[in-house]
Write a protein that binds this ligand. Sequence first.
Ligand SMILES: Cc1cc2nc3c(=O)[nH]c(=O)nc-3n(C[C@H](O)[C@H](O)[C@H](O)COP(=O)(O)OP(=O)(O)OC[C@H]3O[C@@H](n4cnc5c(N)ncnc54)[C@H](O)[C@@H]3O)c2cc1C
Length: 420
Amino acid sequence: MGDKANMARTDAIVLGAGIVGTSVALHLARRGMSVALVDRAGVGEQTSFGNAGIIEANTVFPPSFPSDPAALLRIALKRASEANYELSFLPRIAPWLMAFRAASRRSRLIENAHLIRPLFGSAVSEHETLMAESGATRYLRKTGWLKVYRTESSFAALRRELDLAAGFGLSFETLDTAGARALEPSLNPIFPRAVFWPQAASISNPLGLTRAYAARFGALGGVTLTGDARSLHRAGRRWRVETDEGALDAREVVVALGPWARDLLDPLGLKLPLAVKRGYHRHFKAQGDAALSRPVLDAVPGYVITPMEMGFRITTGVEFAPRDAAPTPVQFARVVPRARELFPLDGRADNKTWLGARPCFPDSRPVIGPAPGLPGLWLAIGHAHWGLTLGPVTGRMLAEMMAGETPFCDPAPYRAERFL
Ligand SMILES: Cc1cc2nc3c(=O)[nH]c(=O)nc-3n(C[C@H](O)[C@H](O)[C@H](O)COP(=O)(O)OP(=O)(O)OC[C@H]3O[C@@H](n4cnc5c(N)ncnc54)[C@H](O)[C@@H]3O)c2cc1C
């Protein structure tokens, strides 16, 4: 921790200490700026705590609105394991869903794949840089990730995505059952097809990782404070936020509040179409010496199983419900029996069910850059299914923009103005 006595004024305040805000704060501190990281909870304890731990360097298409009528009907009838929804919420989220559907058209997906590639292409190396200086390399597994397909048709549907991945120069191996089991011998042979993505990496403890980045930020002189971001207001030519240590002023403020960003931005008059896709996790033990060396996606039921320090973490697909509504973890009833078919899960490793909310724009791209009409305010929000992946790369790009340097890639696709 830095010297709190001088903290009435800093160069920059970062609001939100998830993986995104912490990475931004660390990158700013690395440039010699005095920075305060403000959160109302502990570092990394919210959305960044519970994800599937994948650094998805291979991402081509985002999860999209289903185009297959059978899949849509399954979801509508609440029989799908990959998605759930709260009926009374649908009218409220309908405009967002329509925009999401429009962004899921083939041509838009291909355009988006090109726009997001530079961020994903640097995701693993940017994590490695921060991990090396934060002493966090022990959390990193550079073992790729494996996606298994229970039907030939679900595998055949990948064709365009694989063609595009090949065009981007991404490595992947299409495998049969034996090939996949050579990588993961504990998987049961219930699937004919798999794809191995060797350039992806994964994390064995996402909370430990964010905390390690925050500790490095502290070692560089950064200060982490408790405070409510909604207290942010103009104080002359600066911004001011109230913290437990008193009022704090800065010319530059970064909003990295993940799914809570609109709590701050809406009252400031900046209305962006940020919605949430909720998701859950539970931890399990494995039978005998069954093990996994990497995350595994079971594509059609739509869940991921990741070996974590706390056990085998099963993360669910999406749920459309209000961000703060009570948990409705019904997807586990469908997903866990399917997971047991694939991998010899034993009982629960703990008795907790975690609920998080992926902060998503309809085009699945984050917003990284200046807040329109609010001088000195910067945005690092909407990282959707990939906030863990993109935290450090976002931190680098935003810090470069704030320091007046040339960003390592064109920031235009991430501007908030695309929604205004
Ligand atoms: C089930 C699931 C699986 C996932 N799997 C992956 C994966 O494998 N790989 C991947 O890359 N991504 C994954 N994600 C997505 C990823 O977890 C998120 O995109 C990422 O955590 C978002 O980070 P963030 O820093 O923007 O938000 P957060 O981690 O939520 O941080 C926001 C911070 O703002 C703080 N805050 C909110 N309101 C206030 C306030 N008023 N005042 C002060 N502080 C406030 C919160 O306390 C919080 O600490 C997954 C998400 C889910 C839900």
